[in-house]
Design a protein around this ligand. Sequence first.
Ligand code: AMP
Length: 210
Amino acid sequence: MELNLVMLGPPGAGKGTQARQLRRKWNIPHISTGAMLRDAVQAGTPLARQVAVIMESGGLISDEVITRVVIERLSHPDTKSGFLLDGYPRTIPQAESLDRMVVGRAPLVIIDIVLSEAEVVRRLASRMVCAECGANAIGEGPACHDCGGPLVPRADDRELIVLNRLKVYREQTEPLISYYGSRPTYCRIDGARLPDDVTADIIKAVERHR
Ligand code: AMP
C-alpha cells in the first residue's frame, strides 16, 4: 500500500535520523531536499553558487526552484509505493504545491517532530555529519556508524546561523502546523527522547493512520 510521509519539525529535531530508519522499515525512498541541494552544490551545477550562499546563511531556496526539484524527484518510478519527504515543504506555498503533486495518490501522513528551541541549539552545537554518506551523528566517536567515513561539523550548524535557521523555521515553516494540524493524518511526536523511542512512536502513529 502506498505510503506518503512528510517529516516536519525544527532543524535538529531528528528528521534525517528518523527518515533513515523509516525508509528501511517501509522500503520507500528518503527524499531530503537539503541533501539534494548539498549534492548539487558539490557537483558545481549552474545553480550551485547561488544555492551555496543561501544555504550557508541559513535562509531558504526559492519556493519555485525547490518545488521544481521535488516535482522532478517524485516523477521517478521508485516513488510509486510511496516516499518519505525530509525538509520539504518548508513554507505554505510549498505545502500547497505538494498537495497538487499528490492529487490521486494516497493522502500525506504528516509526522511533526516536536522539540524545544533550547534543545535544538544544544543538539546542533554538537552535531557532526559523515563527509561520505551524510548521516547525522550527535556526540559520537570519530567515524560514521553507517559507512565508516570521517565525521565533520555541518557548515550551517555554526551558532549564529543556527539562530537564523530557527528564526526562518518560526516565521516560514511553523505555520505548516496549522496548515496540516486539522488533518486526520497529522501526527505529533515528542522528539526529546532517545532516537529508537522516537522511531517506535512514529511507527505506531503511522500504522494507525495509513
Ligand atoms: P536541511 O538539510 O533540511 O536542514 O536543509 C539545509 C538547507 O537547505 C536549508 O537551511 C535551506 O537553505 C535549504 N533547503 C532545504 N530544503 C528546502 C526547502 N524545502 N525550501 C527552501 N530551502 C530548502
